[in-house]
Ligand binder design. Sequence first.
Ligand SMILES: [Mn+2]
Length: 279
Amino acid sequence: MANFFASSSLPDAQVVVIGMPLDRTSSYIPGTRFGPAVARLGTANIESFSPYLRRDVSAVRVFDAGDLEFTFEEPAAPEALIRKNTAATYRAGKKQLAIGGEHSITPFIIADLSQRFPDLCVLQFDAHSDLRDEFLGEPNSHATAMKRVLDYIPRENLFQLGIRSFSHPDELGLSNLFPFEVLAPIATVREKIGSRPLYITLDIDVLDTGVMPEVQTPQPGGCSYSELVRALAGLQGRNIIGADLVEFCPRNHTATAAAATVAELIRELILLLSIETKV
Ligand SMILES: [Mn+2]
């Protein structure tokens, strides 16, 4: 099954997967604009059955909405386009999985969802804290993604896992920020979030660079694939209302191991969005 495991028309879909290939502020290795296209190629290699969640993605009604087309000259245009599409998906009663693109797509999504879901929690898997207020003069940068999310939700509703790159030493002392680890804190995080609506933002640079070298800003010392996929499985049954996977920056625009890794994570996220809430 190619095309993000798509099996449904838009009206019948439970989960809408949409490419958001925004690549406007990349400061190290540009190319996240090719993330969605190469991730689709990777899906061809992945079985529909997840041995981690023991569920089959072919039983989920998935629609591939294609990719948004961004204007790079106009900074406000991506925000308007992302907010408009996100709003339309949720107004139609569906859940969205956005495939980046750079991490700066996330606050534009949260801008809409924070109004729709009171007490929304955001769970970030990432190597970087992304808490700068601006980076290279840009407030809506990949490096400021979580700082911008905090424009819409309170600090105590943001959970940060796997962080190993900080813009200030004080960030190490933040509550709900869990340095280095993704699997060990998951039971605590699960408990703290409880039945509240949960949005997952998965920056794949949380993985070790040996596992996932094809990211915009590689950071040594990340988690294993097994730890990440088990941490995700630990969230099943929570009230997961949306998700994104960002910062995939393919070096080769063909089917690769990295594309397959990303595609399998997309399968896991689709399944998590489809599992009935049990809290
Ligand atoms: Mn990152």
